[in-house]
Structure formats: structure tokens, C-alpha cells
Design a protein around this ligand. Structure first.
Ligand SMILES: [Fe+2]
Ligand SMILES: [Fe+2]
Length: 377
């Protein structure tokens, strides 16, 4: 039996425990809310759909902890204002929305890709806009922030790319899934701009499988969790999803098996990620993964690998720059539950609906489907 086959079988045994599913103590349900706030009366019918902003809500329930909420913004992909203000406008809008949350969020997580081409001017611009958000802010990097100067400016502004803190009974962890790309640039004598250009391409045939956590950070993750009760809630923020969704677009981390292995003993793990620019939901073993919207643009769903538990967004209106984009709001309510809402600004029609998720438990992506045919692990 090959080493790869052995690892596959081990992972399968570990993760495909009969009946394994995310701990019901942290249940998630999704609901559709249709807000009629802008509807001023008159006939209600197909023609009035345009007045219904739509929010998709996920509830996460914790036991006996005080209520709190936090917000997610990511993938603003800012160009300098002299080039393009469309993305700037949407970032300003998201920052304003978060600042206006009432009651305020406990903190904002910015999930990476603040810049488009890693330029100092772009990163400074994002930092300036987000200064309008006065609550605590934490940041993880995206590939667009990093590969012009290998993270120098990002680190200057936002410091450590991975971190952890405890907040009201939850251990929050920020992971850096972008900085460990295999060096494809030195041998080809690429300039920083050329290197960044390849990273900025969705179909990264030159950049290859750049997304990964890395052995050093996995060891850090292992240590960081070692004093945490296995049943207590853990929320992990990462730019890329922590499973194999679609490697050709780096909708994964290449060492996802190791990540799953480190997390396997913990029964209350939620991974919230960016990079995919779309509504996405999956469960693997005890872990659930929730993809967040970008403020910049929505990516299409990958040609294969979309998790069965994901109810996909409908196609966006290409004439409406506010369609299919937005930010995320996670609210713990009076019953110690957190509502995570996709705040999708321009949505005109129902896009997604899901039944209560945990009971479905279609832990499905346990075998490498694409990656091992393309890149040896
Ligand atoms: Fe992005
Ligand atoms: Fe990204």
C-alpha cells in the first residue's frame, strides 16, 4: 500500500466515524429573512422582489455564555483610488455598516485580500478606511496582500498573521494560509509585480498549490489548542477553506489532512473563511466550514467539489456592482445563540436556503478528488 493510500485510509477512518457530526451544543440553523423595510405599499408580487434585501442567517448556539456579536469583512481587493473607486466605495459601505451595528459588535475580523496587488498604497488605503470602524479589529492576510513584498507592509500594519484569543467562552484563532507558497518565482527571475500577478489570478497554473498552513503553524495550532477543553467552542478564521473544495483555484489548503488531524479531537470547531467570495457551507467530521462574501465581486462556484450542504447563490446581476457581495454579521442573541448573517447588499431574489445543518451530517470531502492528480502531496 502506498504512503498516500495509507494516509487516505487513516483519514477516512478518523473522520468518517458513523454518526460523527458537529456538536449539537453549538447548533447551526440557517434561515431566510425577507425584509420589507423599503417596500412602501402597493401590490406584492414578482415585481416587488427588487425591494427585498436578503439576509441568510446561521445560528450558532453556545451554552451559558453571555451574548456577543462580531463582524466579518474580507476580500475588498482595493486598487488605488486613482485606478478604480468601485471597490473603495463598497469597502467604505461595509465599514460604515459595521460601525453602525447596534448594539456594537465586540470585534471585527478582516479575513484577507484587503489589497488587489499588494501595493503599499492599497494596503494603506484599506487600513485608513477601516479606521472608521472603532471597535477592536483583528486581521489575517490574503494572498493579494502578501506577494508583492512578501508581507512586509502587511506585517507593518497588522503585525502577526496568526494569533489566538479567548472571548466569552470561545477560543478564536486566526490562521495564515497564504504565506507558504512554494517558490515559483526565483528560478524564473520574476519581478515582485510578476510574482504578485500570478498570485492574483484565480486559475493559478503558474503559482500552483500555494495555499497551506505549514508544519510550523500546525505545531503552533496543536500547542495553542492543547489547554482547551475538547468540547468547548473553537472558531478558526482562515483566508482559504480548511478542506479540499477546488485546488486549481486554491479553494483549499494543500495540507488539509494535517489540519483535520490536529482538529479531530475537538468537537466544537467552526471554520470561517474568505477567498471564495461566495456563500459556502460544509461539514467534515466535527468541523463545520462557512464561506463568507467578498465586498468586491462574487466568484462563480467551482466546476466541481461544491459541498452538498451548500445551497448555492443564484447568478448575480452583472450590471449591479452591489449584487452578490457584502459582509458577514455574527450575533449572539438573548438565548446565547449567534446569528451569522450574510449581509448581501444588492440581492434581489432568494439565493440560498438550508435546513438545519448538523442533523444532515453529509461529511463528504474526505478523499482527495483532484489535488493528488495534479500535485503530489
Ligand atoms: Fe479574494
Ligand atoms: Fe484570496
Amino acid at each position: 500500500m502506498s504512503e498516500l493510500e495509507r494516509v487516505r485510509r487513516e483519514m477516512d477512518k478518523l473522520l468518517r466515524t458513523p454518526g460523527a457530526r458537529p456538536d449539537p451544543a453549538m447548533r447551526i440553523t440557517r434561515r431566510i429573512f425577507l425584509h420589507r423595510s423599503l417596500l412602501t405599499g402597493g401590490a406584492v408580487g414578482a415585481a416587488t422582489f427588487g425591494w427585498f434585501p436578503l439576509i441568510n442567517t446561521i445560528d450558532i448556539a453556545y451554552a451559558a455564555e453571555p451574548p456577543f456579536k462580531f463582524a466579518w469583512i474580507s476580500d475588498t481587493h482595493l486598487y488605488p483610488k486613482s485606478v478604480n473607486t468601485r471597490f473603495v466605495d463598497k469597502t467604505i459601505r461595509a465599514a460604515k455598516d459595521v460601525q453602525e451595528m447596534n448594539p456594537p459588535a465586540d470585534f471585527l475580523i478582516f479575513g484577507g485580500d484587503i489589497a488587489q496587488l499588494g501595493a503599499v498604497e492599497e494596503l494603506d488605503l484599506g487600513n485608513e478606511i477601516l479606521k472608521e470602524v472603532k471597535i477592536r479589529k483583528v486581521f489575517i492576510p490574503g494572498e493579494h496582500d502578501w506577494y508583492y513584498d512578501m508581507g512586509a507592509k502587511w506585517r507593518q500594519l497588522f503585525e502577526k498573521p496568526n494569533w489566538s484569543f479567548d472571548h466569552k467562552g470561545v477560543r478564536f484563532i486566526g490562521l495564515d494560509t497564504i504565506s507558504r507558497a512554494p517558490d515559483y518565482w526565483t528560478a524564473k527571475k520574476m519581478s515582485p509585480a510578476e510574482r504578485m500577478g500570478h498570485m492574483a489570478t484565480l486559475d493559478g497554473t503558474v503559482a500552483g498549490p500555494w495555499a497551506g498552513v505549514g508544519a510550523d503553524q500546525l505545531a503552533w495550532l496543536h500547542n495553542t489548542l492543547s489547554d482547551w477543553d475538547k468540547a468547548r467552542p473553537i472558531v478558526i478564521f482562515s483566508h482559504n477553506p480548511l478542506y479540499e473544495y477546488y485546488p486549481p483555484w486554491n479553494f483549499w489548503v494543500r495540507d488539509w489532512r494535517d489540519v483535520q488531524s490536529v482538529l479531530a479531537p475537538y468537537t466544537n470547531v467552526t471554520n470561517i473563511h474568505g477567498h471564495v467570495h461566495q456563500v459556502l457551507y460544509n461539514e467534515i467530521g466535527h468541523m463545520r466550514s462557512i464561506g463568507q462574501l467578498a465586498t468586491s465581486w462574487p466568484w462563480p462556484y467551482a466546476p466541481q467539489g461544491v459541498p452538498a450542504l451548500t445551497k448555492t447563490m443564484i447568478r448575480v446581476d452583472p450590471g449591479d456592482p452591489f449584487d452578490g457581495v457584502g459582509w458577514g454579521k455574527l450575533t449572539m442573541n438573548q438565548k446565547d445563540r449567534v446569528d451569522t448573517e450574510y449581509v448581501m447588499w444588492g440581492r434581489k431574489q432568494v439565493f440560498a436556503q438550508s435546513a438545519e445543518d448538523s442533523s444532515l451530517s453529509h461529511a463528504e470531502i474526505l478523499h482527495p478528488r483532484i489535488a493528488d492528480n495534479m500535485w503530489p502531496y
